[in-house]
Ligand binder design. Structure first.
Ligand SMILES: C[S@@+](CC[C@H](N)C(=O)[O-])C[C@H]1O[C@@H](n2cnc3c(N)ncnc32)[C@H](O)[C@@H]1O
Length: 244
């Protein structure tokens, strides 16, 4: 059974407007590219969350559906104007199916890594492929595995350090598992730990997953602005097509 790490406590704090992922500088190019790829066709967001991307995309005239594991996240979406235009199925994106065929399916913000087995990640590609019309596109935005930041023999990397929060990524390169450990404090003295597991995959492994699901690589960019993907890219925005 899939664990829900986005419970009510997390969902109520998810839309932290100070997070750069909610800024126009990030959401503008994100929505521009998704609207362009949708090209007037309906879109399906896997792991739609609180609608960070789905709502502005829907405002651009794209008909958006969603699949989401956490009811608490969808409850937050439902508090927002415009959410009535977005149908959401509560379920696991490794197996949930919804009515309709889509020109675009997308899975953003590193969420492929929330599925922590290789079989599960393949199943996510199969979910996307099952919902696409011929010629339809599946877009994934995710980090390039951060293992190059690790000195030889080390398995921990600090990714944030303030008085209120310390973030440490833990890697197991044998299993491609990582854990993001968040230590949070209200008073700077007592810290509460929350750890979320991920599975990382190199772009080439995702390409094989896509092939298993009957898709083939169409684009790989280094970010939403379609900059080239290079050896120094920290993330990638990849698009696979379902042959027509
Ligand atoms: C980092 S949030 C991203 C939410 C939204 N896509 C965004 O960009 O803000 C990850 C979301 O994935 C959802 N999620 C994780 N595993 C899932 C699964 N197996 N099936 C469906 N949703 C899942 C979580 O509940 C959470 O809402």
């Amino acid at each position: 059974m899939t664990t829900n790490y986005f419970d009510r406590d997390v969902a109520e704090r998810y839309d932290d407007l100070d997070d750069p992922m909610f800024s126009p500088a990030v959401l503008g190019p994100t929505v521009d590219l998704l609207a362009d790829l949708a090209d007037g066709r309906p879109a399906l967001e896997l792991a739609i969350g609180t609608g960070r991307v789905a709502l502005p995309l829907s405002e651009r005239g794209v008909r958006v559906h969603g699949i989401e594991l956490s009811e608490a996240m969808v409850d937050q979406l439902r508090t927002k104007p415009g959410s009535e235009r977005i149908a959401v199925a509560i379920g696991d994106m490794t197996e949930t199916r919804v009515e309709g065929r889509f020109g675009l399916a997308y899975l953003v913000f590193n969420t492929i890594g929330n599925v922590t087995t290789q079989d599960g990640q393949v199943a996510v590609f199969e979910t996307a492929a099952a919902h696409l019309e011929p010629g339809g596109l599946f877009l994934v935005e995710t980090l390039v595995p951060g293992v190059r930041r690790l000195p030889a023999g080390e398995r921990f990397a600090v990714f944030g350090h303030t008085g209120a929060h310390v973030g440490i990524d833990e890697y197991d390169v044998a299993t491609q598992r990582t854990w993001s450990h968040h230590y949070s404090s209200e008073d700077g003295e007592t810290f509460r730990r929350r750890s979320i597991p991920f599975r990382y995959a190199w772009p080439a492994e995702l390409d094989l997953m896509a092939r298993i699901a009957g898709l083939r690589l169409e684009h790989r960019w280094g970010d939403w602005d379609r900059r080239p993907f290079t050896a120094e890219s920290a993330k990638h925005v990849s698009v696979w097509v379902k042959p027509g």
